[in-house]
Design a protein around this ligand. Sequence first.
Ligand SMILES: NC(=O)c1ccc[n+]([C@@H]2O[C@H](COP(=O)([O-])OP(=O)(O)OC[C@H]3O[C@@H](n4cnc5c(N)ncnc54)[C@H](O)[C@@H]3O)[C@@H](O)[C@H]2O)c1
Length: 263
Amino acid sequence: MGRLNGHVAVVTGAASGIGAACVERFHREGAHVVGLDLTVPATSRRTRVEHREVDVTDEAAVAAAFASIATARRRIDIVVNAAGVGGGAPVHMLEGSEWDRIIDVNLKGTFHVAKAAVTIMLDQPLVEGERGTIVNLASVEGLEGMAAGSAYNASKGGVVLLTRNMAIDYGRMGIRVNALCPGLIRTPMTSAVTDEPDLVAIRDAMLADHKLGRFGEPEEVAAAALFLASRDASFISGVALPVDGGYTAGRDPQLTRLFGLDG
Ligand SMILES: NC(=O)c1ccc[n+]([C@@H]2O[C@H](COP(=O)([O-])OP(=O)(O)OC[C@H]3O[C@@H](n4cnc5c(N)ncnc54)[C@H](O)[C@@H]3O)[C@@H](O)[C@H]2O)c1
């Protein structure tokens, strides 16, 4: 028996990385999953997962997709907002168009999806005390600063507060809203940092900040998304949960090495 048997889940950013891992895990847990992304992944024909091409920056297209899924499946229980783009630079070097591109996908796209989801959830009956639940992908960079983060960090900080505000607005209506704040996860978005030989010094510095001594895998974020989306998290709303191998736990100016705790 899967943990999401009978649930309908919509996952954005479904063609890659964390979104794709959520699609795979939710499907395995018994949900009917609909993946939304700019493209339909090549693997879609081999699974029973439904994929649709939707750009989250297009409010009308997002609303139409959600309305059509709700009509076909009668209900939308779970939404994971994983569509996102990286980027940024120190502010004086950042083009306004680049600022707009990042904010449009990461923050405004999350708003479009959340709006379409809540509009449908508010009209559906309570099941086990819930009308639906939303999991937004923020980042550790929505909780604290990062050199050159600028637009990306602003977008993710916005997602964290949007999450908390939605948790307040819709809690009494039986809709839980939470955010995940991953550290560095090995996906196409981060392959430049994790795999480029030229960036080895930066990679090692970032690795040192992840106290478990490694970067995360998309499946580890999907496991946290499953927890927040499932009934196991029935009393959790408005949190921004780090999934970061201890990245945000605090500083270690190599004191663990001094005490022989560096592995
Ligand atoms: N990988 C990490 O280290 C990390 C860390 C913290 C937060 N995140 C966040 O997790 C989410 C997923 O990141 P990922 O690492 O899996 O990235 P990824 O690049 O592997 O996947 C992102 C997906 O979003 C899709 N997408 C981009 N713009 C879109 C749009 N306008 N409409 C629809 N889909 C769009 C892309 O096509 C892609 O399939 C993002 O929000 C990212 O900011 C990632």
